[in-house]
Every structure is written in C-alpha cells, then in structure tokens.
Design a binder for this molecule. Sequence first.
Ligand SMILES: [Zn+2]
Length: 424
Amino acid sequence: MLPEKDPRKQGEKDPKEDPSVTLFREYLRIKTVQPEPDYDTAVKFLERIASELDLPCQKVEVCPGRVITILTWKGTKPQLRSILLNSHTDVVPVFEEFWHHDPFAAFKDSEGNIFARGAQDMKCVSIQYIEAIRRLKAEGRRFPRTIHMSFVPDEEIGGYKGMQMFVKRPEFATLNVGFALDEGLANPTDTFTVFYGEKCPWWIKVKVEGNPGHGSRFIENTAAEKMHRVITSFLEFREREKQRLKSEKHLTLGDVTSLNLTMLNGGISFNVVPSEMSAAFDIRIPPTVDLKAFEEQVTAWCRAAGEGVTYEFHQKYTDQSMTSTEESDPWWKAFSTTCRNMNMKLKCEIFPAATDSRYIRAVSTSISLFAYFLNYLPCRCTPYFSSCFPEASLSEKAHSFLCIAGRSPGDWLLPHEPHSCAAA
Ligand SMILES: [Zn+2]
C-alpha cells in the first residue's frame, strides 16, 4: 500500500472539488466494514444530511445496535403509494495487502478516480440519491408521491438483522411503498442492467456415514466412497449448467443454477478410515426453476450414493417472486419509458446472487422493485469490481463525476417517473 499524503484532508482542501464528491468521500471514510461496522458514525452522518436537506429522519432499531435510517420527502399527494430508494451502509471486509491505497482514505487520483471500499457497493448510490434530492429541493420542486431514502445495516452478511427484520415491522408497512429501487451491478457496456428478480440461495450440507477401519485394509462401504458419488452427482450437474450457460448465448448467470462445493470435512488421522464425512454446497437457483423437483433431485443423488447419506439445509430460500416487466404493468411502463426517453438501454436480468431486494419482494408482491446500478450517463461504462474476492479487491473505484449534483440518472429519473404512473 502506498503512503497517502494526508488523504483525509485531501477532499476538504480542494476548493475545486464538487461538494457532492467531498460528501461521497466523507461517507467512504466511515468504517462501516464488516464484521464490526461503525454504524453509530454512519447514522450520525445521515442525521446531519437529513438536517441539511430539511427532511424528517426516522430511526428504527430492529435489534440492538442495528438501526434502519429513513429520510422522507413528503409528496403533495401523500396518500399515493410511495417511492423507496434503498441502500445499505455496510461494506465487505478488505484484504489490505492487495490495495494500493488505504481502502478507507477515499484517495482520489489525478483523473478523479476514487479508491475506497464501498465506492461501488454501494455508497455511491446513496450519495447519488441524496444529491438528486438536494438539487431538486433547491430548485423548489415538489412531487406527488412521497420519496423515502432508507439506509440499512448488515446487507453484506445476509440482512438478517437489517432488511429482513425491517420489512416485518409496522414502520415498513407505514411507508406504503409502491415502487422501490435497490442495488444492482455496474455494467461495463453502455447498457443498464435492470434486475427484476433474484436467485434463491440454498446452502446444503451432505453428511455421509460409512464403515470405519484401519487405513491398511480394503474396508467396504466407506464414507469416502459414498462421498465420492455424492460429489460426482453434484459436480456433474454443475458442469451441465456451466455448459448450458456457455452454449446458449441468450442466457446469463441469473438464468442457470450455479453450484459450488465450498467445504469438505472428515477424518482424524492418515491411517484411520473415518466413519463420517461432510460436504457443503452453495447453490443459487433461478426463480424459474421448480424448487420441489430440484430438491427431489438432491434427495435422489444422496440416495444413490448409498446407505447413511443425509443432507440438511443451512439456508433454504424459497420465495420466487419476480417484479413484472410487462408493458401492461404501470410501474414498469413508467420506469422503462423514462429510461428509454433518456436514451438508456436496458437489459432485464435475474440477479445472480442475493441482496436485500428479496426481503422486500417477499413481503409484498404489490411492490414493484428494480435493482440497478446508476452509472454516470455520459460515460456509462463503469467496470464492475466484485467486492467479495481477494483478486478483485485491488480497488473499487467510482469516478468523481458519478455523484456530481445534477449529473446522475437518479436526478433525471425522480422528477419524471413514476410519479405520473397510473398506479394509485
Ligand atoms: Zn451491496
């Protein structure tokens, strides 16, 4: 990592820097990094924004230390269903040795690239929403529908103490959400990917029992032989799905079932044939797959591997709700027409992993929810940096222009649609 020259003051000292970029960098410097995120500072930061924007700020503590912060811009017809702009405040851990800059210094290079954990996922989106509303308010604009900005904790570790709890609270029902935007992925082309559904994560642990014995003998029916058959069945299915994705050009990762063997356990010594082994699989199933039939397949694989082969779920998500992208749907029509009018090319896909969006979709099928990444319009192509893997953790970057007031798609989208959408 390179030593920074007083990076924390870098933004504040630059009189030419747009205040929205300075704010973005300030937000990036708050260490909301898992597993011990500094949520207190983030909430204080958001309270300050609320006060600057003259918006009421509601805090809902869904469990100790886990607060959902909601800033609300009341519409002129507050009885209409509202718009929810959701973002999470936490970021994934960093492997500092792979970074060229301090991941929490929000270093900006001479071209305006900002390097920090959370720059893409997803603090840039939060700041774009904030700056869009700041600008529109300054222009004296008012809109029929109420707009809520929600900032939630713990998305990066499953959202169990965040959005999953929040959607069950009366405070969420009171928001009366009709249309919601949540996080997507940056698209490296000039197209915006819009996610209208998510895969169901299934985490399955297969346990195998077999005859134990001494490592020098040919023991019959060992756990290893059965485990071999289990792994073969699972990985052969993986290969078929992988080939299907490769050969059928119209398919995306969201359309096929991904499967990975992620943990393998068993054995105590070189010379002891173990009586038990286990394998863990991370499976992501598209909402178009028949889950009952898929589980029957898993059962069949385990049965075929021999006696004493069982499986248990460590995660089994079964809600397969998808948001309508039919032209007859008033929300989609409003949203897609506005995007088209802004010359935004849209590509509809199933999200290949899982985000907080699944909790919102599951709680009410009447909420129209889309997830996408607000690339900067005049140069839309933003390279996507996966935040989860060491090799891709070199740097997340988001261009300074991404959040300059008046330059983001959010700024153009909000005044237009879906306020005029036919849905009540
Ligand atoms: Zn995220």
